[in-house]
Ligand binder design. Structure first.
Ligand code: ZN
Length: 298
């Protein structure tokens, strides 16, 4: 082959590849989970799960305010897509509640555990970096709340996770027929999770919540975390073992009177760092999260 022919071939192959349906599917922000259930991954945003129903779309989490328009565009493009009827907030964080304003103004349902609503009615400041999150306007606050469990007309069940793995308003949404479990930030699919102890999260709660999720999953369950790829029962098992081991090490360090700096310097998560990344910030935050739950004067 002459150089020009090779070049020509390279160009046509590249063009062919770019338009192959497989690559399109990988790049597309929408991944089907079932006929009526979709995972929407807007670049830079937390995962969103959308269920299409005859009464409109049910969204589990709504991206950040910056991603809200892109999310609504993706929702409108779903097969059988319709306006959003219900938006569920798995917890109060801005990465999950950025569409509340749009959905609330449209007069639709915003569903959350009552503690999540309460956090969205007040300003929250993180003690570890001084960052403040402003309360949401009334129209953007959840307008339907629950305490323990509930069910949507679409068949989806939801329940409070009272262990406080991530915040004290954590919940899951279970699509039983489709065998999909959406867990928000209670599980993390990429790297170490955030332990938001400013609003109740703690490492003991991570262990408790993962134990509580175990009976809900089988080998075929797709677990959708707020961040990262879809997780499996095996991931749930290994994460539970990891957090239980770290919880034990950190409570021991606390009982020995160690400081957060000393707990981090002990490198208790060393064996997991090759897979999970540097754990220093996670360990510091997890250790500090014990103060609220285990300190004698708590
Ligand atoms: Zn979060």
């Amino acid at each position: 082959m002459k150089r020009r022919q090779i070049l020509q071939l390279a160009i046509t192959s590249a063009a062919g590849l770019a338009f192959s349906p497989r690559l399109f599917a990988q790049d597309a922000p929408v991944q089907p989970l079932a006929d009526d259930l979709f995972l929407i991954k807007i670049p830079g945003e937390a995962n969103v799960v959308a269920q299409t129903t005859k009464d409109g779309v049910v969204l589990v989490d709504g991206a950040s305010a910056a991603g809200a328009d892109a999310l609504m565009k993706a929702v409108a493009g779903l097969p059988g897509g319709a306006p959003v009827a219900t938006l569920i907030n798995t917890h109060w964080h801005p990465e999950q509640t950025g569409s509340n304003d749009l959905v609330g103004k449209a007069g639709k349902t915003i569903l959350a555990q009552e503690n999540t609503r309460l956090w969205l009615t007040t300003d929250v400041t993180y003690p570890w970096n001084g960052k403040t999150f402003k309360r949401l306007p009334k129209t953007a606050q959840p307008n339907k709340t629950f305490y323990t469990t509930g069910q949507l007309e679409s068949g989806a069940r939801y329940a409070y996770l009272p262990d406080c793995a991530h915040t004290d308003g954590d919940m899951y949404v279970q699509f039983q027929k489709q065998n999909v479990l959406v867990v928000g930030d209670v599980m993390c699919g990429e790297g170490w999770p955030v332990v938001d102890y400013a609003t109740g999260g703690w490492i003991g709660g991570q262990v408790g919540a993962l134990q509580r999720l175990q009976p809900l999953v089988d080998a075929g369950t797709r677990i959708v975390p707020a961040r990262g790829p879809i997780l499996t029962q095996a991931d749930l098992k290994s994460q539970l073992q990891m957090y239980a081991s770290l919880y034990q090490k950190l409570t021991t360090a606390l009982n020995r009177g160690k400081s957060p700096g000393e707990a981090v310097a002990d490198k208790p998560a060393k064996e997991f760092e090759a897979k999970m990344g540097n754990a220093d910030e996670y360990i510091r935050r997890s250790f500090e999260s014990l103060w609220g739950y285990l300190s004698p004067d708590a």
